[in-house]
Design a binder for this molecule. Structure first.
Ligand code: AMP
Length: 627
């Protein structure tokens, strides 16, 4: 049989570009030879080399070659010279008028069209894909912003052609993002989606209506995505936050060390990079320390908290929310009518952005996929649909494999069983197994087997900041929620302290029908040994806790007990301990019934010890015991 035609998906971005492919294993980004997923959309011409320099190297040396380094060329694609005047002040290279008043780029007296420059980026991505896939790549789906007009779309097609690619379809970026999340694949009902895209230098909000394909669910019947409205700001993005931090730092530096301090362009650029790193840090940390050596023994040092940064950027996020309001008005919708919100662009990692967008649309936004990669992944999904490859990818309205979390000893507690229909929800209470444990790792797994090592890991996160309590006392509630698109939201909360943490996952990615069937068959084949292994794990965990407790009690009150009884207890502890030790090796050879009996015998034998310990505790606490 001839292999299906390979079509790649390309996100040709203002700042970065990516190439992805979707095959039986699901959509994935194709990395470059150094393992990097992104290609900076930066091209440097000249410099004594005939071939242009593309990507990281061009970006790193941009400050040295301001007139030869072309970046943000997407802003010029298919546009007239007159139309780009508001962009020109932000660019360090020369933009000149070309034929029919089109915008062109002039580097060292050579004039390039934006299409030619984009073609250099596309060719690099094509080569990257060919090298990784070891196949010729001739066709691509390329994404463009929803607001691109015909001329801009045509320019993108032309860039593809110049790079030796047949552009089989131009797809709107928000549509691609929705496709990456499986929206439109599963639902039978029309859905209204908001795609909030906040990158480094641009912000776009798009409202889409998804009309599902034919009701028989066949993949050939593609869903139809209609753009109801778009709004945004072509000069608003994460860069603004970097400059806000730089300005605030410079203000404080001048206050402390005198207003005469001057900063040149390269120092300001270095400060910006530093500010960006601080900003990124504060998306996961509560505070970041800023230190700048100003020379002559002058040192600026301060701590910036996430809270301070949030207050600094709140008006900036509010500007995006105002665009969302405009888009909603244009679409004649209210936020309540939005079924899903999809987050795109690196700046949507900022917690305040997620929070404010969620509050505006009154729904938790989708963040399971990497916001930098979601458009390219969706382009690959579209490509695989067009090539007919996507037919094998599992598209069912049921959960194909059980979902659960890791418990002590490497066992799996299943919360949602396979074949549950979506949407599905389940909660379960867990606790800690070690005294004073303040962190709990929640490891989310998929599969039918009983032990972690035999299941697929979907992701993990930490619930931190639980107050120190004895083992077993914290009440950790874990909730699994799978929505109609198969997106899994896992939330863990400790009831007493109110601490919460969450993760979003797209569990179906990369699972074909054959894989599911294989995993199912394996679970049946191993059912008996799995049950045995799970039983041994549980016995070992509980027995170890019993032994720990009994040994502690022996230390406290053992001296007051007769020696025959003590010897009997020690013998039983030793017997049980042997089983616990054995369970660390090959659990298959352990006689679980004998293990169980040994545990019960110790439990029975320790009753007297428990009583003595309780009496001692009461005395220690000085509780008056009537005599
Ligand atoms: P994009 O244009 O989508 O590649 O987004 C790039 C922007 O996202 C830049 O301004 C980055 O500084 C910003 N960014 C990337 N990661 C984070 C993060 N973890 N927290 C905050 N901003 C981020």
């Amino acid at each position: 049989m001839e292999a299906a035609e390979l079509i790649v998906g390309i996100d040709l971005g203002t700042t970065n570009s990516l190439v992805a492919v979707c095959d039986e294993r699901g959509p994935r980004i194709i990395h470059d030879a150094k393992g990097r997923p992104l290609l900076p959309s930066v091209v440097r011409f000249g410099g004594g080399k005939s071939e242009p320099v593309v990507g990281y190297e061009a970006r790193e040396h941009a400050v040295e070659f301001p007139a030869q380094t072309v970046y943000s060329v997407k802003r010029l694609m298919g546009r007239g010279f007159g139309d780009v005047q508001e962009d020109v002040p932000h660019l360090t290279y020369a933009v000149v008028p070309g034929e029919h008043d089109t915008a062109r780029v002039n580097v060292d007296s050579r004039v390039y069209s934006p299409q030619e420059i984009s073609a250099v980026i596309l060719r690099t991505l094509k080569d990257q894909a060919q090298a990784a896939l070891r196949r010729e790549v001739r066709k691509a789906v390329i994404t463009v912003p929803a607001y691109f007009d015909d001329a801009q779309r045509q320019a993108t097609r032309d860039a593809g052609r110049l790079a030796g690619l047949e552009v089989v379809r131009i797809v709107n970026e928000p549509t691609a993002a929705a496709l990456a999340y499986g929206i439109g694949e599963r639902s039978r009902e029309p859905q209204t989606i908001a795609v909030y895209d906040l990158g480094g230098g641009t912000f776009d909000i798009s409202i889409l209506q998804v009309i599902p394909g034919a009701p028989d669910g066949k993949q050939e019947a593609e869903s139809f995505f209609q753009v109801l409205s778009t709004a945004g700001d072509t000069h608003l993005g994460g860069d603004d936050v970097d400059w806000m931090i730089v300005e605030s730092v410079l203000g404080e530096v001048r206050e402390q060390f005198g207003a005469e301090l001057k900063f040149g362009a390269s120092t300001r650029q270095a400060l910006r990079n530093f500010a960006e790193a601080t900003k990124i840090n504060l998306s996961s940390a509560d505070e970041a320390s800023l230190q700048i050596d100003l020379g002559d023994g002058r040192r600026y040092s301060r701590t910036l908290t996430r809270h301070e940064l949030q207050e600094m950027i709140r008006p900036w996020v509010e500007r995006t929310i105002r665009s969302c309001e405009r888009a909603m008005r244009d679409a004649k919708l209210t936020p309540k009518q939005i079924d899903r919100v999809v987050m795109v662009g690196g700046s949507t990692r900022i917690p305040l952005v997620r929070e404010m967008v969620g509050a505006f649309f009154q729904t938790k936004p989708y963040t399971a996929l990497d916001p930098d990669q979601v458009v390219a992944l969706g382009a690959a999904v579209q490509a695989s649909i067009l090539s007919g490859l996507n037919r094998d990818v599992l598209l069912l309205d049921v959960i194909p494999l059980s979902l659960g979390i890791e418990t002590v000893g490497g066992a799996v507690a299943k919360l949602i069983m396979r074949n549950s229909t979506v949407p599905a929800r389940a909660t379960e209470m867990f606790s800690t197994s070690i005294d004073n444990q303040t962190n709990v790792k929640i490891h989310v797994l998929q599969g039918e087997r009983e032990l972690v090592k035999d299941c697929r890991s979907l992701g993990e996160f930490d619930l931190r900041g639980i107050p120190a309590m004895p083992a077993g006392i914290p009440q950790v509630e874990v909730e699994f929620l799978v929505d109609a698109n198969g997106i899994l939201n896992v939330t863990a909360g400790e009831r007493r302290s109110g601490k919460r943490a969450a993760i979003q996952i797209v569990p179906r990615h990369g699972l074909t029908r054959e894989e599911v069937e294989r995993m199912e068959a394996e679970s049946l084949a191993h059912a008996r040994e799995d049950m045995h292994a799970h039983r041994v794990v549980d016995l070992a965990v509980n027995a170890a806790l019993d032994i720990k407790w009994i040994r502690e009690a022996m230390k406290r009150v053992g001296a007051g007990l007769d020696s025959t009884y003590r010897r009997e207890l020690e013998k039983r502890i030793e017997e049980l301990h042997q089983f616990v030790e054995m369970s660390r090796g090959d659990s298959g050879s352990i006689d679980a019934d004998a293990f169980h009996r040994a545990k019960e015998e110790l439990d029975r034998a320790s009753v007297r010890l428990h009583e003595a310990a309780i009496t001692k505790s009461l005395q220690d606490e000085d509780v008056a015991i009537e005599r």
